[in-house]
Design a protein around this ligand. Structure first.
Ligand code: LMR
Length: 328
């Protein structure tokens, strides 16, 4: 690594954690859309990068491009199939167009907490999903956690009626569109990098996301408050291209997979702590968080749960039953 190469990567990276790769090393570009500091995906990606660059030095080199600096989630899988990027970790909502079974993760109130999400993903049914896009050229390496979603808006949201008539940004997902329609709200699918601006200028009134995304993107600054609904899951699948993976030498593949699995286990085990730290960071920065009482929460469940029926055929009754028995 020369001083000039470091200087260049500092300029290009503009805050992105770019490593300078040496000649002969396999370059692994990891593109994602969130911040790095305090964020579960940002932290996991940085740890993966650090371990690959330390332990596989001379063989492989990882460059992480966070904050949508390289691609948005709607471009990254195409870029991966073209060989322009080797790793990405889009949220599970973004895989629904490939495999409808992924819709289970977007169904409101499907999982009680992150332990249930983890148990479902680790079950045979969850693990099968990792391989479900191989015929499309994408290989799921594993699931990374983010957390449960909360609603925020430019007015207080305590009952579902408060959301009626408002415009909400959603991830591009038919389930999330149906969920907002069930509330009488107007869903606006939009890329993550555009949400802050859309909230600020009033293009949308509200959004749903996890504590780490609400804190990391500073949504709380341009919202009246956040309601702690815990109504859905936002988790990730780390993917690579089947062609690229198969092109690696066996020893490189084994070492990379081992490091990946260890980083995944370590960071997924820390999710409750990271989630709580982001929630607290919102409060410390002056954001407003509203908690629901049991009656208010029951009203949100009643308004949104009928969405399950619309998607039961896509998701599979047996998967819904498996998720519910894990919750119990
Ligand atoms: C979103 O689009 O809101 C999230 O999927 C962003 C992310 O990667 O957490």
């Amino acid at each position: 690594v020369t001083a000039a190469a470091t200087a260049i990567s500092l300029v290009i990276g503009a805050g992105a954690a770019l490593a300078s790769c040496d000649e002969g090393e396999i370059v692994i570009k990891f593109s994602h859309v969130t911040n790095t500091d305090k964020h579960p995906k940002g932290i996991a990606a940085s740890l993966l990068q650090q371990r690959v660059n330390d332990e596989m030095n001379g063989k492989a080199c990882m460059e992480v491009y966070p904050n949508s600096t390289l691609y948005n989630d709607d471009q990254v899988l195409e870029a991966m199939l073209q060989g322009d990027v080797q790793l990405a970790a889009p949220s599970l909502s973004k895989f629904e167009k490939f495999t409808k079974k992924f819709r289970i993760f977007d169904l409101p109130f499907m999982f009680k907490n992150m332990e249930s999400v983890d148990a479902f993903q680790s079950s045979e049914k969850g693990q099968e999903m990792l391989g479900s896009m191989e015929r499309r050229g994408l290989k799921g390496m594993g699931f990374w956690h983010n957390g449960l979603k909360q609603f925020s808006a430019n007015k207080p949201l305590l009952t579902p009626a408060d959301a009626a008539g408002l415009k909400f940004r959603v991830q591009p997902s038919d389930v999330l569109v149906a969920q907002m329609e069930a509330l009488g709200a107007s869903p606006q699918p939009m890329a993550f990098s555009e949400v802050y601006g859309a909230l600020q200028t009033g293009v949308v009134d509200g959004q749903e996301n996890t504590w780490s995304n609400i804190y990391g993107q500073k949504f709380f600054e341009v919202q009246d408050g956040i309601t702690e609904t815990n109504h859905g899951v936002l988790d990730y699948m780390v993917v690579t291209s089947v062609d690229w993976w198969d092109s690696l030498d066996e020893d490189v593949r084994t070492q990379l997979a081992t490091i990946f699995d260890e980083v995944t286990a370590e960071r997924n085990a820390a999710i409750a702590e990271v989630d709580a730290a982001n929630r607290q960071a919102i409060l410390d920065a002056g954001g407003v968080i509203r908690e629901l009482n049991a009656e208010q929460r029951a009203a949100w469940v009643e308004a949104m749960k009928p969405v399950w029926e619309q998607f039961e055929g896509d998701v599979g009754t047996e998967n819904i039953e498996a998720a519910q028995s894990i919750n119990a």
